[in-house]
Write a protein that binds this ligand. Sequence first.
Ligand SMILES: *[C@@H]1O[C@H](CO)[C@@H](O)[C@H](O)[C@H]1NC(C)=O
Ligand SMILES: *[C@@H]1O[C@H](CO)[C@@H](O)[C@H](O)[C@H]1NC(C)=O
Ligand SMILES: *[C@@H]1O[C@H](CO)[C@@H](O)[C@H](O)[C@H]1NC(C)=O
Ligand SMILES: *[C@@H]1O[C@H](CO)[C@@H](O)[C@H](O)[C@H]1NC(C)=O
Ligand SMILES: *[C@@H]1O[C@H](CO)[C@@H](O)[C@H](O)[C@H]1NC(C)=O
Length: 409
Amino acid sequence: MKMTGSLNILTLMVVVVSLLSLAAGNSTVVVTHENFQGLINTNELVLLSFYTDWCRFSKILEPIFEEAAAKIHQKFPENGRVILGKVNCDKEEMLADQFDIIKYPTLKIIRNGLISNQEYRGQRSVEAFVQFVENEMADPIKEFHSIEELKNVEVGDGTVIGYYISKDHVEYDTYRRVASLMRNECRFLVGFGDLTKDLRPPVKNALIFRGDPPVPNPKISYSEYLGNMTSFTNLTSWIDKKCIALVREVTFDNAEELSEEGLPFVLLFYNKNDLGPIQEFKKAIHSQLENETRVNFLTAEGKLFKHPLYHMGKSLEDLPVIAIDSFMHMYVFPRFEDIHQPGILQKFIDDLFNGALHFNYHLALEAHEKSESTIDPSQFPPVAHESKFKELRPSKHRYTLVNRTRDEL
Ligand SMILES: *[C@@H]1O[C@H](CO)[C@@H](O)[C@H](O)[C@H]1NC(C)=O
Ligand SMILES: *[C@@H]1O[C@H](CO)[C@@H](O)[C@H](O)[C@H]1NC(C)=O
Ligand SMILES: *[C@@H]1O[C@H](CO)[C@@H](O)[C@H](O)[C@H]1NC(C)=O
Ligand SMILES: *[C@@H]1O[C@H](CO)[C@@H](O)[C@H](O)[C@H]1NC(C)=O
Ligand SMILES: *[C@@H]1O[C@H](CO)[C@@H](O)[C@H](O)[C@H]1NC(C)=O
């Protein structure tokens, strides 16, 4: 009872704070370490701008964010749905630390009180913010109405499919909340009632994960959730394991986010007219390197990323090409075919971490500078080049970057 009472007071305070700032002509909420917890606990979605007064990108963003907040408030006027808030990082160091802020402005997303490392990285325009929030507020689960519809659905990297007795089942509510949290990691489908009665045990619900079909291990591509159907944490951790793929596709849209994970990239450059090497690469990673957590395994469409390819002296004719980008250097894996031989790609990655790749790079460079024709450059493979993917990290043309030391390779 006491808990409920204090929660109500908290809600009331939040409402008063929101109303006060609205009355003052600001649609955003000023977020401090004092009201933070209350705000995230009482709203489905919170979009927070971490800014400083001296950052010019923050200054440019401010009126846009304000106008977006006003528009969003009109579209979602109900209490407890969505708010846009701002955190002055010079005053709120604790919050800035908690969110690991290393650039201004950083736009963080909090859903149902849970802090994820997800960021808004889209265009900074009123329309784009409104569009983003509308997408985030939409139901993440797509309902299918016939088995035919389910069969024809494109699986992509992974889909969770629910077969539920009815929409108002308490277990469906858990699925809905988890899907809402994981909406950007996976695709979610559901069917109800008689339609699904042959696909689940009688009077029981079922949840299935269907992965990328060409993944060789059928356990990865098709599995049933056997855990507690009403446990938010158990279901979240299952979906997290299933949906976050070991090998992901890098594009210009997600490169910034991937590079901020801070791990070197192991990249397969492929030709989009020949997707075979992608499956070979995935198969090799799944069978030999599934426990390798020091790098990010990525596939990159060669034409889209021809700039780093050319930079390594490769062209589209040379595809498939495997390379490591450590954000200092790029190292070419000598022969694609060797990925089928257990241990070779692992050694290449080990050589990045024990410094051998870097050492060879300097040897080759020295040999080149001295023009010692007696040294055969093929003695010093693999050849290294300056990193190109570091250019895709958060740009100083978009953010004020603050320094944080990170071990460099
Ligand atoms: C809106 O908020 C800013 C602080 O971010 C404040 O400086 C400004 O005075 C507020 N505007 C109004 C009309 O209250
Ligand atoms: C399932 O999880 C819910 C919520 O965490 C919990 O209340 C319930 O006791 C769990 N059931 C079993 C059988 O563990
Ligand atoms: C489910 O969650 C409980 C409590 O959080 C945990 O002890 C248990 O190991 C989890 N079960 C599975 C299968 O993850
Ligand atoms: C990864 O680790 C698990 C658990 O330690 C082990 O069973 C599995 O064989 C390992 N996979 C590879 C490819 O080494
Ligand atoms: C970050 O570090 C670089 C090099 O170490 C330095 O030149 C730059 O001034 C630093 N920037 C800030 C904001 O401290």
